[in-house]
Design a protein around this ligand. Sequence first.
Ligand SMILES: [Zn+2]
Length: 104
Amino acid sequence: MKKVYTSENRFYVGNIRNLLEAQGIASDLRNEHVSSATGEVPVFDAWPELWVEERDFERAQYIVEQALSPVDATPWLCPQCREENDPAFEFCWNCQAEAPASDT
Ligand SMILES: [Zn+2]
C-alpha cells in the first residue's frame, strides 16, 4: 500500500477518506507511531495517515490534489457550528453538517 495523504488535523484526514470512499477507493487510516493491528492507543501528537492500495494510488492522489487545490479557495462557514471549512469539503470537519449550497 502507499501513503496518499497526511495531516495534523485528523478531521481533514477523515474528510479526505470520505472523498476517496465516495469514489470507491478503500483506504487505511494509519498512524506511523502506532504499531499495527494491536489496537493500541494512538500517540496524541502523531499525524494520522491515509494509505491506499497501490492500484488505486494514482487516482487517489488525483482526488486528494483536487480536494486540496486552491481553485475555489473560499472557505465556508459551517451553518451549524460556525467552524471554517476547506472549500473542498462537502461536510463540516467539526460537526459533519452539510456544506451550504454554493451558487457558483
Ligand atoms: Zn460544523
